[in-house]
Design a protein around this ligand. Structure first.
Ligand SMILES: CC(C)(COP(=O)(O)OP(=O)(O)OC[C@H]1O[C@@H](n2cnc3c(N)ncnc32)[C@H](O)[C@@H]1OP(=O)(O)O)[C@@H](O)C(=O)NCCC(=O)NCCS
Length: 190
C-alpha cells in the first residue's frame, strides 16, 4: 500500500506487517477459530462466532481504512511468510499531530505464536513505520505493570519506562494503572 506517508508495510525476515485486505478474510477467521484457551488477562485473541463472518470483516476493513485516511490510527495485520497465517495485530493509535507528533502502539499475537521472537520482529517493523513513514516523533506503549512479557518486549527495543500513570486505561470497565514505555524518533533513527 503506497501512500504519501510511505508504504505503511514492512517485510521482515519471517513476517509481513501490513494493513488488512479483503483477501485476508480466511486467514483472519481461521486465526480466531483456532485461538484456543485464553492464556492471560491481556490475551485478546477471541471473538464471538457471530463476528467472524464476511460482513463483520468488511466493516472492520472499512473502519480501518477510514481511520487511516483521517490519520487517526493505522492498523496492521501480522502474517507469517512461511505459512501465510495471520498471527496477530499491531496498531498505531491516538495519532496526535500538531506540536506533539505522538501515538500509542498496541499489539497482540495469538498465543500459539508467542515465545518465538515474533514480538520483537513485528514491533520493530511498526516502530519503523511510525518513525519513517508516519514521521512521528514519540511512540508510547502503555503496559500494565503486571504484564511482564510485554514489558520485556518493549525494553528489548529500547522503550524507556517513563513512569506509572494511575487509572490510565479503561479495560473491561475498570480504569487500570499502566506504565508508559516510550521512545522518540531521535533515539530510534539515531
Ligand atoms: C506481548 C507479546 C506480543 C510478546 O510476544 P512474544 O513473541 O512472546 O515476544 P518476543 O518476540 O519478545 O519473544 C521473545 C521470546 O522468544 C524467544 N525467541 C526469540 N527469538 C526466537 C526464535 N527465533 N525462536 C525461538 N524463540 C525465540 C526469546 O528468547 C524470548 O523468550 P523469553 O521471553 O522466554 O526470553 C505476546 O505475549 C502477546 O501477544 N501477549 C498478549 C497481548 C499483550 O499482552 N499485548 C500487550 C499489551 S500492552
Amino acid at each position: 500500500m503506497k501512500t504519501r506517508r510511505g508504504t505503511l508495510a514492512r517485510s521482515t525476515k519471517r513476517l509481513t506487517v501490513r494493513p488488512l485486505r479483503a483477501t485476508d478474510f480466511k486467514a483472519w477467521r481461521d486465526a480466531y477459530l483456532g485461538a484456543g484457551e485464553k492464556q492471560n488477562e491481556w490475551d485478546r485473541s477471541r471473538r464471538p462466532l457471530a463476528e467472524l463472518r464476511p460482513p463483520s470483516f468488511k466493516k472492520l476493513l472499512k473502519t480501518q481504512k477510514l481511520t487511516r485516511l483521517r490519520d487517526e490510527k493505522v492498523d496492521f495485520g501480522i502474517f507469517r511468510k512461511d505459512t501465510g497465517e495471520y498471527i496477530g495485530a499491531v496498531s498505531i493509535i491516538a495519532i496526535n499531530r500538531s506540536f506533539l507528533q505522538s501515538a500509542i502502539v498496541g499489539y497482540s499475537l495469538f498465543p500459539s505464536h508467542w515465545r518465538q521472537g515474533f514480538g520483537k520482529e513485528f514491533l520493530r517493523a511498526a516502530m519503523d513505520i511510525a518513525f519513517r513513514d508516519l514521521k512521528l516523533h514519540r511512540l508510547h506503549a502503555p503496559i500494565s505493570p503486571k504484564n511482564v512479557r510485554s514489558k520485556k518486549l518493549a525494553k528489548s527495543l529500547k522503550f524507556r519506562n517513563e513512569g506509572l500513570c494511575r487509572r490510565y486505561l479503561l479495560i473491561d470497565g475498570v480504569w487500570t494503572d499502566h506504565c508508559i514505555f516510550a521512545i522518540t524518533a531521535e533515539e530510534y533513527l539515531g
